[in-house]
Design a protein around this ligand. Structure first.
Ligand SMILES: Cc1ncc(COP(=O)(O)O)c(C=O)c1O
Length: 452
């Protein structure tokens, strides 16, 4: 007897994607470089993984937890938040739900807040995985809000949010949330307080939830006060910069005046500030909205962390000396690598957007993309001389060539929604000796690769 069945509409949609950066990245991950196991593997300058603290991290022991996170674990998390995020009122364990990573937290929050098709606003360039995080299951839709890098720290960016909001409304689309990523991936910028306040006021005006991803909160390696004393703020080929002290949404004293606090929720986790992405642990902090906490608890059995991880992370967080040492070592090491990487780029006359936090730098490869394109013209294509004639298609071709022939991986601008072709996001959190070789190999590839 013939059978007539199909997978769900959402699965069919998920499987019919035309361009699939994720499947390219999947292949990269299964063929990643290892000095012994895979010496011809692909070198990684794309996945945000910080390998600088291995000597400290190997010293901890292992243990237990439960579905929304054990009381002990959530106490450890609240202690961390109260010590480092400066909340207006102390966070307690009942205001926290533990998830298996911030990725999972975003998926769950999207399901809880949005109906299928509802819009979530996200400034461009963005951390590209969020598009899938809120969509593959929850079917919420990210709508990018192009914000010039020069305005990302300024309240003036609200005009872009407002115009996107009005555009969507006129199309009948319901805007349910903004994801604010502070410190920001991929620019590495920290938001000014005035920018955060403007975003909250905008959200309040339209009854929009603000999901603040603060996963890089403790990875702010440049201190505005120290640098203003040294007066060494960079200016790289016109990419000037403002440094700000990180301000968590939880720490805003005037929060009540800016927004109904029930509309805000903060996510954080172990992947970045603790360099422990393999644990798959993150958490949602919702001090002002019990419904969000209860909704999260209800669905937590589908994807909670192992008891093993729960106990281990509880142990780690209860050791404040360890947390302090790791945290300051992370910032110190990131700063050293930032200095070395940016000096390397300046020596090569390659411009970049100066950053302050995270593991990454946005690097301008337009001149190199031009060289590469002319060395790799397709049939019937003529050489070009002007950078403004470069396309995202050229950038995508260079990306896949870098992986296939150059055996090296980074994030191209087309994925993170850079405003023009010719930007890449480089991860610089590798020990400098190997990073330097990888950077040399990358830029050498851009200049010399020729498929013809
Ligand atoms: C801004 C941001 N949020 C979330 C994540 C993912 O976090 P997790 O490993 O906890 O899923 C990343 C990872 O790169 C990130 O950069």
């Amino acid at each position: 007897m013939s059978r007539n069945f199909s997978l769900s509409r959402s699965t069919i949609e998920n499987l019919s994607e035309k361009h699939s950066p994720l499947s390219v990245i999947g292949k990269v991950m299964s063929d990643i470089y290892h000095p012994v196991k895979n010496p011809n593997g692909i070198l990684n300058l794309g996945i945000a993984s910080n390998n600088l603290q291995e000597d400290i991290l190997l010293k901890k022991d292992l243990g237990y937890g439960n579905a929304r996170g054990s009381e002990e674990l959530r106490s450890g998390i609240s202690m961390l938040i109260n010590r480092y995020f400066d909340p207006i009122s102390a966070i307690n364990p009942s205001q926290i739900v533990v998830t298996n990573g911030v990725t999972s937290a975003m998926d769950k929050l999207a399901s809880i807040i949005c109906n299928p098709g509802d819009a979530i606003l996200l400034s461009e360039p963005y951390y590209a995985s969020l598009v899938n995080d809120v969509n593959l299951v929850a079917k919420a839709v990210i709508h990018g809000v192009p914000i010039p890098p020069s305005e990302i720290q300024s309240p003036s960016q609200i005009k872009y949010y407002e115009s996107k909001y009005q555009e969507l409304r006129s199309l009948g689309v319901v805007v349910k949330a903004i994801i604010l990523c502070n410190p920001h991936n991929p620019t590495g910028k920290v938001y000014s307080q005035s920018a955060i306040e403007a975003i909250l006021e905008f959200a309040n005006k339209h009854d929009i939830f603000v999901i603040c991803d603060e996963i890089y909160a403790l990875s702010v390696y440049r201190d505005p006060i120290a640098e203003s004393l040294e007066s060494s703020n960079e200016c790289n080929n016109g990419n000037s910069e403002e440094l700000y002290k990180f301000k968590s949404l939880l720490s805003l004293e005037n929060l009540n005046k800016l927004i109904d606090p029930r509309l805000i929720v903060v996510v954080h986790g172990m992947s970045k500030d603790f360099c422990m992405h393999g644990f798959r642990i993150g958490w949602v902090i919702s001090p002002f909205n019990d419904d969000i906490i209860n909704a999260l608890i209800k669905i937590s059995p589908f994807s909670y962390i192992s008891n093993f991880t729960d106990r281990l992370v509880s142990n780690i967080l209860s050791d404040t000396e360890f947390v302090d040492t790791l945290s300051s070592t992370v910032r110190h090491n990131l700063l050293q690598n930032y200095i070395q990487t940016t000096s390397f780029l300046r020596e090569k006359n390659i411009s970049y957007i100066p950053s302050q936090a995270g593991y990454f730098l946005l690097v301008d490869i337009k001149p190199l993309l031009l060289v590469w394109k002319n060395n790799n013209l397709q049939p019937r294509e003529s050489p070009i001389t002007r950078i403004k004639d470069l396309t995202f298609d050229d950038e995508y071709r260079l990306w896949t060539a870098s992986i296939e022939r150059g055996r090296i991986f980074y994030s191209p601008g087309i994925i993170i929604k850079a405003h023009e072709p010719g930007w890449i996001r480089l991860i610089f959190s590798q020990p400098w000796d190997s990073l330097k070789l990888e950077l040399e190999r990358l830029f050498d590839f851009f200049e010399n690769d020729s498929s013809v």
